[in-house]
Design a protein. Structure first.
Length: 93
């Protein structure tokens, strides 16, 4: 699985699939876990400051923003890129 992910990450068509299928749900889960009382303990994690700073930079309110929309913004609209990538694959087949 890890080798397949590495191959996909290096592919122009594989990266959007990974972002949409793997990373998007993970980022949504992280956002959900950072809400309210659930976030206690994460502040000490190395990734927390970077993640929180990115949310601030993009104007994402972790407490209230819709999870899917927020994850899409954090990852640079992977679902849109997946559609574009799929369309290119079909046209070039």
């Amino acid at each position: 699985m890890i080798k397949a992910a590495e191959l996909m990450r290096g592919s122009s068509h594989g990266k959007p699939m990974l972002l949409s299928a793997v990373y998007l749900p993970v980022v949504m889960e992280v956002l959900e876990n950072l809400r309210g009382e659930q976030n206690s303990g994460y502040e000490s994690k190395p990734w927390y400051r970077v993640f929180a700073a990115k949310c601030v930079h993009l104007g994402i309110d972790i407490e209230r923003a819709p999870l899917l929309e927020s994850a899409q913004r954090l990852l640079g609209s992977p679902v849109d890129k997946l559609g574009t990538s799929f369309k290119e694959l079909i046209e070039n087949a």
